[in-house]
Each structure stands twice: as C-alpha cells, then as structure tokens.
Ligand binder design. Structure first.
Ligand SMILES: [Zn+2]
Length: 312
C-alpha cells in the first residue's frame, strides 16, 4: 500500500465550496424522512447514484442534480433563516474543528430578481460570518438583460461587501471581463477560459486576480479538456498566477479536497512548493478581516515550514 501523500495532513485553505453541494447523503435522508418529503432514494447508495457521477456531463446537467435533494434540505424556511442557521452551524464547526469558516451568499444568473435580496442579507450579516456575494449559474445568460445582478453588486461595492463571480468556467473570456469590469469581482470562480484572451489574462495576472480553480469539478462539468495534462491551471502555475484549489461540490462530485490535490500532483506537476504557494495565495485572497488573514497566513507559513520567508 502506498503511503499518504505529504499534503494530506497539511492545513488547506479552500475558497470555493458550495454548501448545497456538500451535504452528507445521510443528512439528506435524515431530513427527508423527518419532514416526510419524498425524494427518489431510500439509501445512501441510491442517493449517491442519482446525485453524483464520475463521467463528464454538461454544467446544466450538473446543476440539475440539486433538484433531487434540495427539497429535503431547504424545506419551508425563509432565506434569512437559512443564512442565520448556516452561520450558527459554521460558528459551531469553527470551534469543534479549530478551523476558520465564513460564508458567501450566491446569486443565480437565471434568478436576477433574487439578487437584491441576497445583497440585503449580505449587509444584514456582514460582520457575522457572511463575507461576500457571488454569482453562479448559466454563463450564457446575458447580464445586460438582468440588471438585478449589476445593481446587487454595485450595492455590495458601496457597502464594502467582497465580491467573487463564477466566470470563464465553461463560458468565454468575455464573461470574465464582465465580472471584473461590471460586477467589480475581486476573485473569479474557476476562470479557466480567461487564458483564451491573452490580453485579458495578462491584465488579470498583473492585477493579481485570484482564480478559484476546482479541478475534478472542471472535469465532470466538461469545463476544460478532459486531459488534465492540458488543463489551464498548468498555465496558471507556469505564470505564477494567483490561484488556489477547491472542491466546489463534494457531494455531487463524490470527492474531497484531497481528490483535487491528487489530480494536481499526479497529472499536473504541482510540487510541494506549489501547494504551499497555492494555500498562501488562498489565504491572502480570502475575505477574512485583515488581522485574521494575517494570522492565517502566518499559520500556513509555519505549517509549511516557511517561517520568515516572504514573497510567493
Ligand atoms: Zn462553484
């Protein structure tokens, strides 16, 4: 048997993981039973068979997986209740596991009418676990035709709420440009297709824009060439781009963050030094308050034996 890879027990910073893509199957079954909500599975295995998959599907098919189990989880509670309860859970988790966990409230591209409510919730819970607003979903939907998103992100800028946007995952570089220029994104969710526009890519490299890369997810959503040795993250690595690795949706992808590290080590040539750099990138690009961010960065330097080494 092979020994554990060196990164398995190292602390990791994950910036991009969807709560609704991360439930344990047991939790879904528990609440479906408790609330007497019908879902098309009775056992963990049956549930995993309908919610997860291991060969590439389209992003739309990926997103369709959520409708099988979300009725059991979301139930009949208000968005405000959801944020409040998630915050309570994250605070408990921070203590129980000695980690830092913050939440980002995510708007959906096909639901522009929700976005203003989302930003209001970001404001209400701004100093209480919620750190940012995000936008996810079908990148082919025209942002101009959905002013709700732009208005919500403008309000976020005005109120000092951080911003990240899913862009250039399956969509073209123009969606990334729009995220940066119109929505004032400080980080890009995925962003792989940015490299197809060398001018934009160079601009974002110069501005140290952070890319939240999710390797196994990009394979299963068909976002990139299925050959990992041709993945845009290899370009990010060569160019010393500011990027990190995240799992995105462990339930749907039947994965953990280590799955992404395994892929990066095995097929993409990420070295121990690069994993250090990736985690320090993530900490520095996190939306923690400055003081906490500094503490986290210091902890990482210590954990990766880089005390006193600056620059990345
Ligand atoms: Zn995502």
């Amino acid at each position: 048997m092979e020994g554990k890879a060196y990164y398995v027990n190292k602390p990791k910073v994950e910036l991009h993981v969807h709560l609704d893509g991360s439930f344990r199957p047991e939790t879904i079954l528990h609440f479906a039973k408790k609330r007497q909500i019908k879902i098309p599975a009775d056992t963990v295995e049956e549930l995993l068979n309908i919610t997860s998959y291991d060969k590439p599907l389209s992003l739309t098919e990926f997103l369709a997986k959520f409708k099988f189990f979300m009725p059991a989880i979301a139930g009949d509670i208000t968005p405000d209740d959801v944020v409040d309860l998630v915050n309570q859970g994250l605070r408990e988790g921070e203590k129980a596991f000695n980690i830092k966990a913050r939440s980002i409230l995510c708007c959906m591209r096909h639901m522009p009418n929700w976005s203003l409510e989302v930003v209001e919730l970001c404001k209400k819970y701004q100093n209480d676990t919620v750190v940012a607003i995000d936008l996810a979903g079908d990148e082919s939907l025209n942002l101009e035709a959905a002013p709700g998103h732009r208005m919500a992100f403008e309000e976020a800028v005005r109120c000092g709420i951080h911003r990240t946007v899913h862009a250039g995952e399956v969509g073209p570089p123009s969606v990334v440009r729009e995220a940066v220029e119109v929505l004032k994104a400080e980080r890009i969710g995925h962003g792989y297709h940015t490299i197809e526009d060398p001018h934009l890519y160079k601009e974002l490299l110069n501005n140290k824009m952070h890319f939240e890369a999710c390797l196994w997810c990009s394979y299963l959503t068909g976002a990139c060439d299925p050959d990992f040795t041709k993945h845009p993250v290899i370009q990010f690595m060569k160019d010393k781009a500011n990027y990190s690795l995240s799992s995105d949706s462990p339930l749907i992808l039947r994965s953990t963050l280590n799955t992404d590290y395994d892929i990066a080590a095995k097929y993409m040539g990420l070295t121990e030094d690069e994993f250090k750099r990736v985690n320090i990138n993530a900490a520095q690009s996190s939306f923690l308050p400055e003081k906490e961010k500094e503490e986290l960065v210091n902890e990482l330097y210590e954990a990766y034996d880089m005390v006193g080494t600056k620059g990345h």
